[in-house]
Design a binder for this molecule. Structure first.
Ligand code: DUC
Ligand code: ZN
Ligand code: ZN
Length: 471
C-alpha cells in the first residue's frame, strides 16, 4: 500500500520545505518538492496549509508504574493510545528492578505487561534499584536486548535509592559497555530530613512537597552525578530537570565538553507553586518529583531559555498519572496523601498533551523555531536513545511515523476531551494553537477525523542502539 502526503510543509530538525512524502508500507520512500515528481499512490492525502511533523518521541513514561502503594493509572494499552491521540508515536518506558530480585526478572515482567498491548512503538530503559555484582553483569545482557540506558535514583531512600558507591559502579559499567546513565538527581537523604521535620511541624499540605525539595537538593545532586560520570567516563542524562541552578550545572559540564545532557517536562515549564497551593486538596494533582518550582525565582523562564540554547536537549513528560477521585480499580489514588503530603503518589499525566503544549509555548509564543520544536520533541530524544533515523525525522528510510498538524485551529486541554486513563488534566481549560489532524505509525493511520483507528498490538518493541548524541 502506497500513501502520498501532498503539499504540506514538511518540518524536520534540519529544516522545512513544501514537499510531498511518499510512503510504501511502513517506510518513507520519497520526499520531493510538491509537484516535481510523477509518483502515484493508493491513497493521496492533501496536507496543504498543514505542517507534516515526524511523530513525537517521548523517552520518559511510566505506564503501570508501582509507586507509593498503588500503580500509575494508565496501562500500556490506554497510555500508548493516548500518546497517539497526542501525536506521539514512540515512547521509551521504564522497566523496574525489585530490590533483591534479578534485574532480568523486572525486564521480563515489563516486556510481558506491554506485549501485544501498545498502540505505538515502544522501548525500555531499565531502573536499577539494586546495584550489585549480578546487576552489573545484567547491564551487559540488557545492552544486547536493546535496553541501552539505565536509570538510577539519588532520591527515595529505601525504595529506589542507590548510594554514591553503587551509582559510581553502575557508571563504570556504562562506560565499559556503551550504556547511558539516566539520573534522578535529588538528594533524597537531605530531603527526607526536611520532610520529616515538616510533618512534625504539622506542615502536611501538598505545597510542602515542593518546599521540602528545594532547588539546592536538585543542583547538588546534579553536580555530584556529573562529577561521578566524569570520573567514570560515561554519558549522563539528567531526567526531569526543574531547577535553574541544576540546569546551570549541566550547562557548565557541557561547556567543558562532557557528555552530559538534560531533559525537562511540560509541568516544569507551565506549572508553579500556585498550582500546588490550589484550595482543598487540589494541589495534589501537581505533586511530582522533582517538584514544580516557584515562579518568583524564574525557573520556568530559565528552562525555556536553556531549551532554546541547547543547555537542555529534550522535552519528555515523565507521564505518571494517578487519579484524584475516581478510578474503577485503583480508586482515589492522590487522596492517599490527604493530611500527609509524603503519601501522595508522585506523578503528573502528560503523554497526550506534550506535543501541543510545547508547540504552543515554543512555536506559537515565539520561543523556538519549528525546527527546534521538532528537535527537542522528536529528533534529539530519538538520537539520545539510539532510535534515529528510523524515529525522530522524516527521511527516506525512516519509519512513516507522521503527524499532520493544523496550526490554525485552537484546541483545549481538558479531562473531558483527553484519552488518558486519569480523572484530571494538569492543564484543565488551557487552550493552545494546533490541532492534530492525522497520526500515522509506521504507515498505519491511527488518528484521523477525530477517531482512533488503531488497535492494541499495533506497536512493536524497539531494540535500541547506543546513544547517537555523543560528542
Ligand atoms: N517522579 C515522579 O514524579 N513520579 C515517578 C517517579 C519520579 O521520579
Ligand atoms: Zn525520576
Ligand atoms: Zn520518571
Amino acid at each position: 500500500m502506497k500513501t502520498l502526503i501532498e503539499n504540506g510543509i514538511v518540518v524536520t530538525h534540519a529544516g522545512r520545505m513544501t514537499a510531498d512524502v511518499l510512503i510504501d508500507g511502513e517506510t518513507v520512500v520519497g520526499i520531493a518538492a510538491s509537484g516535481s515528481h510523477g509518483w502515484t499512490a493508493d491513497r493521496v492525502i492533501d496536507a496543504a496549509g498543514r505542517f507534516v511533523f515526524p511523530g513525537g518521541v517521548d523517552v520518559h513514561t511510566h505506564m503501570e508504574l508501582p509507586f507509593g502503594g498503588t500503580f500509575a493509572s494508565d496501562d500500556f494499552e490506554s497510555g500508548t493510545r493516548a500518546a497517539a491521540w497526542g501525536g506521539t508515536t514512540t515512547i521509551v518506558d521504564f522497566a523496574v528492578q525489585t530490590i533483591g530480585e534479578p534485574m532480568m526478572a523486572g525486564y521480563e515482567a515489563w516486556r510481558e505487561k506491554s506485549d501485544g498491548r501498545c498502540a505505538i512503538d515502544y522501548g525500555f530503559h531499565m531502573i536499577v534499584s539494586d546495584v550489585n555484582e549480578q546487576s552489573l553483569k545484567e547491564m551487559d545482557i540488557l545492552m544486547g536486548e536493546g535496553v541501552t540506558s539505565f536509570k538510577l535514583f539519588m532520591a527515595y531512600p529505601g525504595v529506589l535509592y542507590s548510594d554514591d558507591g553503587q551509582i559510581f559502579m553502575a557508571m563504570q559499567k556504562a562506560a565499559e559497555n556503551g550504556g547511558t546513565i539516566m539520573m534522578h538527581a535529588e538528594n533524597g537523604i537531605v530531603i527526607d530530613v526536611l520532610r520529616d521535620q515538616a510533618i512534625k511541624r504539622g506542615e502536611t499540605d501538598p505545597i510542602y512537597h515542593a518546599i521540602t525539595r528545594p532547588p539546592i537538593t536538585e543542583s547538588e545532586a546534579t553536580h555530584r552525578a556529573i562529577a561521578y560520570a566524569e570520573l567514570a567516563g560515561c554519558p549522563l542524562y539528567v531526567v526531569h530537570m526543574s531547577a535553574d541552578e541544576a540546569v546551570a550545572e549541566v550547562a557548565l559540564a557541557r561547556d567543558r565538553g562532557l557528555n552530559v545532557f538534560g531533559e525537562t517536562c511540560p509541568q516544569y515549564l507551565y506549572l508553579d507553586w500556585d498550582n500546588l497551593r490550589e484550595p482543598g486538596f487540589e494541589g495534589a494533582k501537581y505533586v511530582c518529583s522533582t517538584p514544580v518550582r516557584s515562579r518568583e525565582d524564574g525557573h520556568q523562564d530559565a528552562l525555556w531559555m536553556a531549551l532554546a540554547t541547547n543547555d537542555l536537549q529534550v522535552i519528555s513528560t515523565d507521564h505518571c498519572p494517578f487519579c484524584m477521585n475516581d478510578h474503577p480499580t485503583l480508586g482515589t489514588q492522590k487522596r492517599l496523601g490527604e493530611g500527609d503530603f509524603t503519601k501522595i503518589p508522585n506523578g503528573i499525566p502528560g503523554v497526550e498533551e506534550r506535543m501541543r503544549l510545547i508547540y504552543d509555548g515554543a512555536v506559537s509564543d515565539g520561543r523556538m523555531s519549528l525546527e527546534r520544536f521538532v528537535e527537542v520533541c522528536s529528533a534529539t530524544p530519538a538520537k539520545m536513545f539510539g532510535m534515529y533515523p528510523k524515529k525522530g525525522t522524516i527521511a527516506v528510510g525512516s519509519d512513516a511515523d507522521i503527524v499532520i498538524w493544523n496550526p490554525d485551529v485552537e484546541t483545549m486541554m481538558s479531562v473531558d476531551v483527553n484519552h488518558m486513563d486519569v480523572d484530571y488534566s494538569a492543564y484543565e481549560g488551557k487552550t493552545v494553537k494546533g490541532k492534530i489532524e492525522m497520526v500515522m505509525s509506521r504507515g498505519r493511520v491511527l488518528i484521523e477525523n477525530d477517531t482512533y483507528h488503531g488497535s492494541p498490538g499495533d506497536g512493536s518493541f524497539i531494540a535500541r542502539d547506543t546513544n547517537q548524541y555523543l560528542i
